[in-house]
Design a protein around this ligand. Structure first.
Ligand code: MG
Length: 183
């Protein structure tokens, strides 16, 4: 199978690092539970959206982002089983160097640049399944849809929209193992 995998908040914990750094920088104590939508700046009352979004452009920021527990083990397992794995990410040009070398290839050293697809139009990509925390990336795609749970999507009814919500990489592995055609 061809397995498509999002990066931010699917195989790594962007939001956690982002909120941690913003709290340090602006002396706040916002928690992940306070993030209920795509606008990470919303709980930071009195600060501008730009002030909060500038945090992820700080030099060295991406090196503070940690991998999602179980993600590396799962992706390596899929590849060993003979599946093709592609990272499909809407990474911005400014972040490519630090995010790929400081984060992706550091924690997922079995992946190569040939397995990275950078696009904001994931529905254009062909694959058997996409694992993503972004509802907008799953909607309308011609792949099986696995929604990785995240603070910003927790009130979304995944099942009613043809998606399967997962909370851990162990759940992803169980679903993908179950998709295999017996020979
Ligand atoms: Mg994401």
């Amino acid at each position: 199978m061809t397995i498509l995998v999002d990066m931010d908040d699917t195989i790594e914990q962007l939001l956690e690092a982002w909120v941690k750094r913003a709290n340090e920088k602006f002396d706040r104590n916002v928690t992940l539970d306070e993030i209920t939508g795509w606008n990470v700046a919303a709980p930071y009352t009195g600060l501008t959206r730009k002030q909060i979004y500038d945090v992820i452009y700080e030099k060295g920021f991406w090196k503070t982002v940690k991998p999602m527990p179980g993600a590396a083990e799962a992706l390596e397992y899929f590849m060993k089983k003979g599946h093709e794995v592609f990272i499909v990410t809407a990474t911005e040009p400014e972040h490519v160097e630090e995010k790929m070398n400081g984060l992706l290839f550091r924690y997922f050293p079995f992946l190569t640049w040939n397995q990275v697809i950078i696009t904001g139009r994931k529905q254009m990509i062909r694959g058997d399944v996409l694992i993503d925390d972004g509802i907008h990336n799953l909607e309308g795609g011609q792949y099986r849809k696995i929604l990785f749970t995240a603070p910003h999507n927790r009130f979304y009814d995944a099942e009613a929209n043809g998606m399967t919500r997962v909370r851990t990489w162990e759940e992803v592995v169980a679903i993908i193992d179950g998709m295999e055609v017996p020979d």
